[in-house]
Design a protein. Structure first.
Length: 381
């Protein structure tokens, strides 16, 4: 497949940018703390320092909620509909007319607000306000916190909290508003930047949100038209939103039992020149490991793929139901460890009880049957 010439990203500039933001934020916090104690005319005790730190953490947590609420508000203003609201791993989902509490987490994120895009807007789905809504809300609240900090300069606890709220808001504003990848995940500014420059990404954005909403309701990937995930020949897979469309294409083949074609889709994205986001790379490595286990069962290759880095990622993504399926396949087919395989099944059911994506659960249950069938066929041989 022909692709655009891909410019190699400057990793060092991104690292220095993040370090710079952290250094500036730390400097401002240090100066601010000194000003607080000077203005209150108190000699800071250990308790004051601890309390100020704790209230900063409280402010940061509140700003995460405010950030996701901003996505919700500005998403609604843009014509979207509510799907789910997550802080940490606690997720509120609106499924089939009812409100439910679920558990899910994405490495490198503190929260997430997912919404259903307006109908029939594949080519011009609004994205600017939805993506920018979080940092806009952080900015507004930080300004109010700064005013409160200024007006209540003689009230210690209000000064502490308003300062923490202001500084944490500025930190979230910078780390989400300036386009960059944090922990291998593109932030809101990065999403806007990628959508602005690529019409294929705009369609991918719409398809990604639409399929996610339908999967949450219980639909499966194989029930969608394959045409949804077809990609133009000049697609730039270094754009993570375009790459996600290719991943969904692979997932369609995976759910349809066309494992070789799924493998081709995933491997195409693993080309070094594409500079894929780290979180996507790890997800693809997990799926390629699974496909290797259920197809060729090449022991040396599987041992090479199942390295320490991937093991650490699997542990870090314990809320992903596909991880339980992967480990079930590994223990049952490769290690032939009945106890570990049974434990993976128990963990699968535990995750399934609070998993927000019903369609994915249906697909994963069928893949468990594929694993069992392969093991039965091996036993007969």
């Amino acid at each position: 497949m022909a692709q655009k010439k891909i410019k190699k990203p400057n990793r060092w500039s991104a690292i220095f940018l993040q370090l710079g933001i952290g250094a500036v934020t730390g400097l401002v916090i240090g100066i601010g703390v000194a000003l607080i104690f000077d203005r209150l005319q108190i000699k800071p005790s250990i308790w004051d320092v601890v309390l100020l730190f704790l209230l900063f953490i409280v402010g940061y947590f509140l700003q995460i909620i405010i950030h996701e609420a901003g996505h919700l508000i500005f998403g609604l203003l843009s014509g979207y509909h509510f799907l789910s609201f997550r802080v940490g791993s606690i997720t509120l989902v609106h499924l089939n007319g009812t409100w439910q509490w679920k558990r899910f987490s994405i490495q490198g994120t503190g929260g997430q607000c997912l919404m259903i895009p307006p109908e029939n807007r594949e080519k011009d789905c609004p994205y600017r306000l939805y993506n920018a809504g979080g940092v806009i809300s952080n900015l507004i609240v930080s300004i109010f916190a700064a005013l409160l900090f200024y007006l209540c300069n003689d009230i210690k606890y209000i000064s502490y909290l308003s300062f923490g709220l202001m500084m944490s808001g500025i930190f979230i504003l910078l780390t989400n508003g300036i386009p960059m990848k944090i922990g291998g995940v593109g932030n809101d500014g990065y999403n806007i930047f990628q959508l602005e420059k690529d019409p294929i990404a705009k369609r991918g954005w719409y398809i990604q949100l639409k399929t996610n909403a339908l999967l949450s309701e219980g639909k499966r990937m194989r029930e969608f038209p394959l045409e949804w995930f077809e990609i133009e020949k000049n697609a730039d897979f270094s754009n993570p939103i375009v790459a996600s469309l290719k991943i969904q294409q692979g997932n369609w083949y995976l759910d349809s039992g066309e494992f070789e074609r799924a493998k081709q889709c995933y491997e195409e994205l693993m080309e070094p020149d594409l500079h894929l986001m780290e979180i996507y790379k790890k997800e693809l490595e997990c799926e390629l490991l699974f496909l290797e286990i259920i197809t060729t069962r090449n022991l040396k290759k599987i041992q090479r793929m199942y390295n320490k880095q991937l093991k650490d990622y699997i542990k870090a993504t314990k809320y992903y139901i596909s991880r339980k399926r992967l480990m079930y396949a590994y223990y049952k087919i490769m290690e032939k460890d009945v106890q570990k395989a049974a434990k993976s099944l128990v963990e699968f059911e535990k995750v399934a009880k609070t998993y927000p994506n019903l369609g994915e659960i249906r697909m994963e249950r069928d893949l468990l049957k594929v694993i069992d069938r392969i093991e039965e066929e091996k036993a007969v041989e």
